[in-house]
Design a protein around this ligand. Sequence first.
Ligand code: ADP
Length: 307
Amino acid sequence: MRILAIGECMAEMAPTDAPSTYQMGFAGDTFNTAWYLAQLTPETPLSYFTAVGDDAISSRMLGAMRESGINTQQVRIVPNRSVGLYLITLNNGERSFTYWRGQSAARLLAQDKQALAHAMMQSDLIYFSGITLAILNPEGRAALLDVARSARRGGKRIAFDPNLRPHLWDSSSEMTENIMQAAAVSDIALPSFEDEATWFSDKNPAATLQRYARAGAETIVVKNGAETVLYRTRGAEGSVHVPPLASVVDTTAAGDSFNAGILAGLATDTPLPDSIALACKLAGHVVQGKGALVPINQSLLDSCPQP
Ligand code: ADP
């Protein structure tokens, strides 16, 4: 199974122990998922679709993607633009983020509809998120959903994480409407209950699950932090216990890494409850480390089925 992830990767400036000194890295929700996925199932062909600029930092980002085992052949190069950037500030251990991404090349990733359609044609499983949609203009969003709808009709599977980020949208109603339009073209929905409860007023994870099922998703996995994961696939429902952790260091990319576990399971035809258990194990490891991209250990890799 060939996988395509679509979205924005940004340059990240993370504070180091030395005062006023930052370490540069690359991260972004769908990219984080691809980064974990490349390690979980290195045999699975995996591409990232985005747009970057034609400058040095853009080339460095593409180099970092390739080094992680992600194919960048489909990435669009937009002259005179560059990649987005965010800076992490630490205040008594609490991380806050400042973004410069309004003019990033990735905002134009859906401008060439044919390129997007071509990238989807080369894949079997296509993954994007509510953040992918949020950074596009209305025409870009319509193009992405249109191409995804056609790809799905042609037998491709579409996986979607709503990843609700109200500050990236003009209004909460614009966000919720677009998210449900994306849900309607998706086979697999991977929502997080806390966000869904806030913006869709879901009373419990079962209500979140039912809303995405009504929208047309065949497989739904509802994440809920340290609480039990609820799922439904082909009409069968169940839940998976989340192993408790002694300490949580940083929850950045908990959901992104979790999704990598689910996609790895889909790529290897693993039964969904087993994929969820792997996803919990990986996300549990990630929240015990710092930053979005936490190196994963051999025992985790050994527990991942290979195609
Ligand atoms: P998101 O990052 O999308 O908000 P969640 O916070 O629901 O997602 O977390 C995703 C997954 O990460 C959970 O399903 C769980 O497997 C793991 N996780 C997150 N927080 C904890 C925690 N405190 N203890 C154990 N596992 C956790």
